[in-house]
Design a binder for this molecule. Structure first.
Ligand code: GRF
Length: 218
């Protein structure tokens, strides 16, 4: 008799392309992946990721900002949807909205985000453009637990990516994105299987060696 293992439900928040979303969905299809992607929520009805989610048979919900008078109202509707869907963890994946303090408090330590830089450097938008302008030799990507300040919070995984002298924004973003797709599923695995803890808002690993092995293998 097959043993039913309860996996925590995860919601992915998107606004656009959804390539990180798809990487998470694909990883979660592995039988031993410790989380279930239950729902994809978009704040845009034309987000390309919605089509991809449907193709993977994942439930999608659109919550348009135009329908709400304030950020608080929007986030309340978002929160109610997440509670109704029995969500335990939330992955922001190219979700182009700043989440309110109230929302972050309600889902404290349950929301993670991916950012295409080595945080705390290059928070915000147009990271690759700024990295190139500054003639950086190294950039990367970061998965972190969401805190109230934008692109801030305890870092779960960070991965360095070299910047080459003839890189364009497009080439560099592609190189970084490839690594984003590897680290995001691993970070969600660590969080949802409780293999990380917070000590003074710093992420501590149950098995640092496995993480190091993973990082050298990608
Ligand atoms: C990614 O580069 C991610 O790091 C950033 O927004 C982009 C979203 O891309 N937060 P996608 O929608 O996952 O393809």
């Amino acid at each position: 008799m097959a043993i039913e293992i309860h996996k925590p439900n995860v919601a992915i928040l998107i606004s656009g392309r959804g390539s990180n979303m798809e990487a998470l969905i694909k990883a979660s299809k592995e039988p031993d992946y410790p989380a279930k992607i239950s729902i994809v929520i978009s704040d845009k009805d034309d987000a390309k990721g919605l089509v991809i989610a449907k193709r993977h048979n994942i439930k999608t919900i659109i919550i348009l900002k135009e329908k709400y008078n304030s950020r608080i109202d929007y986030d309340q509707a978002l929160s109610e949807t997440l509670s109704k869907e029995n969500i335990q963890y939330i992955c922001a994946a190219g979700f182009m909205r700043i989440l309110s303090e109230e929302f972050i408090d309600k889902w404290w330590n349950k929301i993670i985000n991916i950012h295409p830089s080595l945080l705390p450097s290059y928070k915000g938008l147009n990271t690759h453009q700024r990295v190139l302008k500054d003639k950086m030799k190294v950039t990367g990507c970061t998965v972190h637990i969401v805190r109230k300040e934008l692109d801030n919070g305890p870092i779960i995984i960070q991965f360095e990516v070299p910047v080459k002298s003839d890189d364009t924004e497009k080439i560099l973003s592609k190189r970084v994105l490839k690594m984003e797709h590897k680290i995001y599923p691993y970070a969600l695995m660590l969080l949802s299987s409780k293999k990380i803890n917070l000590d003074n808002d710093i992420v501590k690993y149950e098995d640092k060696e496995s993480l190091d092995n993973f990082l050298t293998s990608i």
